[in-house]
Design a protein around this ligand. Structure first.
Ligand code: NAD
Ligand code: MG
Length: 382
């Protein structure tokens, strides 16, 4: 029986994680559940899973009597405090955005393993998180489907050199759209992902292909792979979740239907595989798989993310902060879809690159990027 602290329990990944817990109640108990503001949804999950620790960033007017048995934390660092109090075997972070970075670092200190869906913590604090994990000898297990696929393929590595990682991308809802139409896409159009059902921020990131850029950075940190040896290939069926190429040219791939419960359950059970009752892949029904090169001209965010990581220092932090701010503005209907890439480009242009030596440097660069992006948005400059 493993104890699990789940951060971002009310979101897309959070709910699917609890689905895996439901299917294997003899293997997992929930020690902590946290969310940002969706108090009623969190209360319902607490009633079902009865964790001893709970947290909400936004404190509600009242905590119902039947969920007061939890030790409660509120405020910006509520998730960090919950992680420390829960001392769980595993922390699964399904928080969205850089907001997940402090909790990821806290999880390494006070729990056994970090199961990471929150890619933004690696994009912004990759060196810090991986260095801390190595120093404390704590595993960081990927939940993101591409990285889980690579991690699964790497089980067959047996000490051999990996020559290349190949990340697959669905291409998103605008894969075949002309640039002018992409620029004018509405939130409703951007939120209609063809193969995966996810939270709003990552869904917009998939539509700009910023998500794949963030994932290249994530893969670089998780697997210690130089950027030149990480490729992206568009594969609209989302059945091959990613691949690893070895020195002899052999390519291993992990396949399955697009169901996030597979990588979630793999991280939770690792090294044991947990059958959770999901639908199985039928290759004959699928019929064919196709592949194409990503178009960096229509999807400049992918290129900007790779370039930002090549530049290093605070640039990936600035990229992420500008993107989070711009995506939020797009979802509020304040800027056009094309404005996301323009805001990120403008913020990167105006950012002086400095080294990141501590987590304070990350937060400072993040605040500066958000301020710069917000100023551009407020002045209607994008
Ligand atoms: P979501 O928006 O559905 O859920 C986010 C959760 O985090 C919610 O429970 C919310 O209350 C909580 N949260 C938000 N801001 C917070 C804050 N400041 N402090 C504490 N909690 C906060 O998002 P999601 O789609 O589940 O994605 C979560 C993370 O997993 C993201 O980093 C995303 O990139 C990654 N991811 C998601 C998917 C997917 O299929 N949804 C796949 C791969 C990776
Ligand atoms: Mg992914």
């Amino acid at each position: 029986m493993r104890t699990l602290a789940l951060l971002g329990a009310t979101g897309s990944i959070g709910r699917q994680t609890l689905d895996v817990v439901r299917s294997a109640p003899d293997k997992f108990t929930v020690a902590a559940l946290t969310a940002r503001s969706n108090a009623d949804a969190l209360f319902d999950l607490i009633r079902e899973f009865r964790p001893s620790v709970a947290a909400l960033v936004e404190e509600p007017a009242e905590i119902p009597a039947d969920v007061r048995f939890c030790e409660w934390f509120f405020g910006e660092d509520a998730a960090v405090q919950a992680v420390r109090a829960a001392k769980a075997d595993d922390v699964l972070s399904a928080v969205v955005g850089i907001a997940g970075l402090p909790a990821a670092l806290a999880a390494l200190e006070s729990s056994g393993r970090l199961l990471l869906a929150n890619k933004e913590s690696l994009v912004t604090g990759g060196e810090l998180v991986t260095a801390r994990a190595a120093a404390l000898n704590k595993p960081v297990l990927p939940v993101d489907s591409e990285h889980s696929a690579i991690f699964q393929c790497l089980q067959a590595r047996l000490g051999n050199r990996v020559s290349r990682l190949i990340l697959t991308a669905s291409g998103g809802p605008f894969r075949r759209w002309a640039k002018e139409d992409i620029d004018r896409a509405t939130p409703a159009q951007a939120l209609g992902h063809p193969t995966w059902k996810m939270g709003p921020k990552i869904t917009v990131d998939c539509a700009t292909m910023m998500n794949k850029g963030l994932e290249v950075i994530e893969a670089h940190h998780l697997f210690g792979m130089p950027l030149e040896r990480i490729d992206v290939v568009v594969h609209p069926q989302s059945v091959i979740h990613s691949m690893v190429e070895f020195g002899d040219g052999a390519v291993l791939a992990q396949l399955g239907l697009p169901d996030m419960r597979v990588p979630i359950a793999y991280a939770m059970g690792y090294p044991e595989r947990i059958p959770f009752g999901g639908e199985r892949l039928d290759l004959v029904k699928l019929g064919q798989m196709t592949f194409e090169a990503p178009d960096m001209a229509r999807f400049p965010c992918l290129k900007m993310a790779i370039e930002a990581q090549k530049a290093g220092g605070v640039m990936p932090v600035a990229l992420n902060g500008a993107n989070e701010t711009a995506v939020a503005a797009f979802l509020r209907g304040v800027i056009p879809f094309g404005g996301i890439a323009r805001a990120v480009a403008a913020v990167l242009d105006g950012t002086e690159n400095n080294a990141v030596t501590c987590v304070g440097d990350v937060y400072e660069a993040d605040r500066a990027a958000r301020r710069a992006a917000q100023a551009l948005i407020d002045q209607n400059k994008i």
